[in-house]
Design a protein. Structure first.
Length: 110
């Protein structure tokens, strides 16, 4: 009986390192989206159960287009619709703070 062996490129060859880096980047963005959604949910005074669902909605919105503009737009629109005055710039600043927090949280688990 012979075993079939698949060679996996070394991290120095790019493939393995890319996968880990892409996975980590995705984790950071997902965490950032959740933190930003929870920030907005608190401002909109959503109950805890609704805040968790809202976090999933915000994360799903991130797949609309490349970059974070889709998340910024959703948060800005939802905040204003709920009567919480917010500018796109204020939402971007909050998203940036959430990104830094997500980096720290994901880095602490590696």
């Amino acid at each position: 009986m012979t075993a079939h062996v698949t060679l996996v490129p070394r991290a120095s060859e790019g493939a393995a390192g890319w996968c880990v880096e892409a996975d980590t980047a995705d984790s950071i963005v997902a965490r950032r989206n959740a933190l930003a959604a929870l920030w907005a949910a608190r401002l909109m005074r959503l109950p805890a159960d609704d805040a968790a669902s809202y976090a999933a909605e915000v994360h799903a919105a991130d797949f609309t287009s490349p970059g974070s503009d889709d998340v910024v737009h959703k948060l800005w629109y939802d905040l204003n619709r709920a009567g919480v005055p917010a500018t796109p710039q204020a939402v971007r600043e909050a998203l940036s703070r959430c990104h830094r927090e997500a980096l720290a949280q994901v880095g602490a688990t590696d």
